[in-house]
Design a protein around this ligand. Structure first.
Ligand code: KMT
Ligand code: NI
Length: 179
């Protein structure tokens, strides 16, 4: 299962783990209550994996591409790294599947605390529309990920504050129902 923990408040390098002392782990059940779903899949066989096929079919993840985030291969690397780490939301789910390398998705819990989700090879995650989040590489500085989408992708990030969007209002309401 995907590993997650509450972050410390330190402003040092975003690529470090930023665990509290002592560590405060966050279970997948707690993530689920924030609307965050995750699966562990066989990344080496992503081209033929029936489980990935099933998830894509059931959730209508019809569109996909593969992005490699590494200094020497991603155009406008520094700019994108900065953009990914600005706290933002989207009007659609953000769905990512790590095929190689690793990185962190940070999401806000119900009390506005940051939870850090360690994404490693084989981890597939969906962040619900309207959740405030951000992404960073870790100290290995490399991730290769499948980006999935329901229909034609719209990647627009809305940096916080973005509370007036219907997707945000719906998300906040869903929190009271997810428990
Ligand atoms: C995003 O939208 O934050 C990205 O695509 C980068 C992370 S992909 C693991
Ligand atoms: Ni995003």
């Amino acid at each position: 299962m995907v590993e997650a923990w509450y972050m410390d408040e330190s402003s040092e390098d975003q690529r470090k783990p930023h665990r509290l002392q002592p560590n405060r782990p966050v279970s997948t059940a707690e993530l689920q209550r924030l609307g965050v779903s995750s699966w562990k899949l066989d990344a080496d066989n992503h081209e033929t994996d029936p489980e990935l096929e099933r998830i894509r079919r059931e959730r209508n993840y019809s569109w996909m591409d593969i992005i490699t985030i590494r200094k020497d291969t991603l155009p406008n690397y520094e700019e994108k790294i900065k953009m990914f780490y600005e706290e933002h939301l989207h009007l659609d789910d953000e769905i990512r599947y790590v095929l190689d390398g690793s990185g962190y998705f940070d999401v806000r819990d119900k009390n506005e605390q940051w939870i850090r989700i360690a994404m490693e090879k084989g981890d597939l995650i969906t962040l619900p529309a309207g959740i405030y989040h951000r992404f960073t590489l870790d100290e290995k500085n490399y991730v290769k990920a499948m980006r999935l989408f329901v229909g034609e992708p719209v990647w627009t990030p809305y940096n916080r504050p973005a509370d007036h969007f219907e997707a945000r209002e719906k998300y906040v309401l869903s929190l009271t129902q997810l428990g």
